[in-house]
Ligand binder design. Structure first.
Ligand SMILES: [Zn+2]
Length: 65
């Protein structure tokens, strides 16, 4: 399976286009990531709190680089 998109190095949000992270406004991404979670209601999620996520969406679980 080919992973699509790139993950923000700072908050791990996965985006498919653009150069700025909509969650943390970071501009550093990696295409080397594995696994993901989709957070629909980050305000109710423990994972989201740990990862400092505020926006719903797709987040990588691990960044390999
Ligand atoms: Zn980010």
């Amino acid at each position: 399976m080919v992973m699509q998109g790139k993950a923000c190095r700072n908050c791990r949000k996965v985006i498919e286009e653009g150069s700025k992270c909509p969650n943390c406004k970071g501009e550093s991404f990696t295409t080397f990531w594995r696994g993901f979670v989709v957070l629909l209601k980050p305000e109710h999620s423990e994972i989201a709190k740990k990862m400092a996520i505020e926006l719903p969406g797709k987040y990588a679980l691990r960044l390999s680089r």
